[in-house]
Ligand binder design. Structure first.
Ligand code: CS2
Ligand code: MN
Length: 363
């Protein structure tokens, strides 16, 4: 089985992009989906899963990758209530398996998912992209949460990992994380995965953790999956073929010293899901997300693709955040998840991949 190209879709009524639009992008086999109205810790019910899978398969795709089943904060903090939340997570895995799901992408970041200071920053060519201004993300998490929530209110759009219900309790959450050191977070992570592995073996579903974005501590909260060393530690900590990575090139390369291609070469067999995103760095430490074209950023997109190809890698891959192009503006596009730039990204990736296939055949 060759690698499978995916496209993230937020679901009917929750995404302006239609499955029939995605159908027109060459080479997409897999819809990367989720039940976006579920709170972390809730069980995903078979009938809810079936409804989405039926839509996906009717449109000619498979729904083998879920992004994300979010992990309840009590599990990350290590509270006594974690047992019940892990039981629920296990039940969700069991409920997903009969519908052909093979990979669950998730993250283990305290409180916040991806963090940016501007969701629609001008790139300079008329398009906009997600942007990180270093000096704006220092000590006031509320300011940032308010900024993201202002989009939620204005455009009636919620972002995974930024659920208004959780953001409303920010003080309480920070208080609960007060004693969670980096080592404690690692230990809680291990506990969670060790409970999940038997059910992963039983169901054939791989757990694929997403990298922390950006890959450093923010607002005093520890972050774990930040570089080659921490990825080694993670894979050894629970050394099981079902304990895998969602290797997100752009998240990792927000720290420009991270060499993503080298990580691919080392751990291809444990990468279940690849996110391809390009990052442009500025001398003051700010960064912008960029088109997938190699020379538009410094992430090394072509080297990364070559590393996957050389490894004979057979996982799922998708374009990650793209820019907002043409008529895509706040209000009609999910930040990072427009139709056009991700479609262009797919053609770029497939172009490189087809050429590498041809070269390999000729050898
Ligand atoms: C992001 C994340 O980089 C990405 O793909 O959009 O929100 C990602 O989906 C989560 O961190 C995965 O749990
Ligand atoms: Mn990603």
């Amino acid at each position: 089985m060759p690698m499978q190209m995916g496209f993230r879709w937020y679901g009917e009524g929750n995404d302006k992009i239609k499955l029939s639009d995605i159908r027109q992008i060459p080479g997409v086999s897999t819809i990367v989906w989720a039940l976006h109205d579920k709170m972390p810790g809730e069980i995903w019910q078979p009938e809810e899963i079936k409804k989405v899978i039926d839509q996906i398969t009717a449109a000619g795709f498979n729904g083998e990758v879920v992004e994300s089943v979010n992990v309840h904060d009590d599990i990350k903090i290590g509270l006594p209530t974690r047992g019940a939340y892990i039981d629920n997570y296990i039940q969700t895995i069991r409920n997903l398996a009969p519908f052909g799901v093979k990979v669950i992408c998730y993250n283990f970041m305290p409180i916040f998912d991806w963090t940016r200071s501007d969701l629609f920053h001008p790139v300079g060519d008329g398009s906009t992209a997600l942007y990180y201004q270093k000096d704006m993300i220092q000590d006031d998490p509320k300011q940032m949460a308010d900024y993201v929530m202002s989009f939620t209110e204005k455009y009636h759009m919620t972002f995974p990992g930024w659920e208004p219900e959780r953001m409303a309790k920010l003080d309480e959450l920070f208080e609960k994380y007060k004693d969670v050191t980096k080592e404690k977070l690692w230990a809680n992570f291990k506990y969670f995965l060790e409970r999940l592995m038997p059910v992963c073996h039983e169901t054939g579903i791989k757990m694929a953790v997403h990298m922390d974005d950006p890959p450093w501590d923010i607002f005093g909260l520890p972050r774990l999956l930040i570089d080659a060393e921490s990825i080694d530690r993670f894979l050894q900590m629970v050394d099981d073929p079902y304990n895998c990575l969602t290797l997100c090139s752009g998240s990792l390369n927000a720290n420009s010293s991270n060499d993503v291609a080298a990580i691919v070469r080392k751990h291809a067999d444990r990468i279940a899901f690849a996110h391809i995103r390009n990052v442009k760095h500025f001398p003051n430490g700010d960064f912008s997300e960029a088109s997938h074209r190699d020379c538009d950023g410094e992430t090394g997109i072509l080297d990364i693709l070559r590393a996957y190809h050389d490894a004979g890698w057979e996982g799922y891959i998708r374009p990650d955040h793209g820019r907002h192009l043409w008529d895509e503006k706040p209000g009609n596009v999910r930040p990072g998840y427009g139709l056009y730039d991700r479609a262009l990204g797919i053609m770029y990736m497939l172009g490189a991949w087809d050429l590498m296939d041809k070269e390999a055949e000729a050898k």
